[in-house]
Design a protein around this ligand. Structure first.
Ligand SMILES: Cc1cc2nc3c(=O)[nH]c(=O)nc-3n(C[C@H](O)[C@H](O)[C@H](O)COP(=O)(O)O)c2cc1C
Length: 190
């Protein structure tokens, strides 16, 4: 079965990132894709130490948090969705630590995530989301992960938890993203 892991890097368990990811997840499941949802937003994730001890090991040398668990989940899946709120015009610090460490483990080990499929989902109150969106996509692109397109950039507008449901174009964008991810995964796995 084709599998996608969805990471939510928002500090709020049921915030707008959660709601946006859920829209994508519903479309993935409707397309027969197995989904695993993982909330990482309140898990302490230390920054990358730049020790490069991950080289040849397929895991991060810092064993005192859940990063290696997340790397395993990526490896076991065919695709991933990374969701982040916009914090000061970028991803949350949790998502940044995730990208830096999971990304370096990949690069020091012959691009382990190569040919997987990736999609970014971003929640925002007003501005800065496109930069957060780019930060996640840059992780995919340098790691040879196919980036899924949609009918707009994958950004949902909202301030209080659940507000994003009122952003009709945002919800449509997330629905199309989910459908396109199903399409791409099925083509790649055919
Ligand atoms: C630390 C912090 C920084 C934020 N920075 C921005 C920002 O730069 N631009 C913006 O439009 N909203 C900003 N916001 C608002 C959130 O992006 C917005 O409420 C979003 O819906 C949160 O997603 P969530 O519900 O999944 O946590 C910030 C919120 C916090 C807590």
């Amino acid at each position: 079965m084709i599998k996608v892991v969805l990471f939510n890097g928002s500090a709020r368990a049921k915030g707008n990132t959660y709601h946006a990811l859920n829209v994508v997840k519903e479309q993935l499941e409707a397309g027969g894709i197995e989904c695993e949802y993982v909330w990482i937003g309140q898990e302490p994730l230390l920054p990358c130490k730049a020790c490069f001890k991950c080289e040849g090991k397929r895991r991060c040398s810092q064993e005192n948090d859940k990063l290696n668990e997340y790397v395993e989940k990526i490896l076991q899946a065919d695709g991933m969705v990374i969701g982040s709120p916009t914090y000061f015009a970028d991803v949350s610090s949790t998502v940044k630590a995730f990208i830096d460490r999971a990304g370096m483990v990949d690069r020091m080990n012959s691009d382990m995530y190569k040919y997987k499929v990736g999609a970014a989902v971003v929640a925002v109150r007003r501005a800065g989301a496109i930069h957060a969106f780019s930060s996640i996509n840059n992780f995919f692109l340098i790691n040879q992960i196919f980036v899924v397109p949609s009918s707009y950039w994958n950004i949902g507008i909202g301030r209080e938890p659940g507000d994003v449901e009122k952003d009709k174009e945002g919800i449509q964008t997330f629905e199309n993203l989910g459908k396109n991810m199903v399409y791409l995964l099925k083509k790649l796995k055919a």
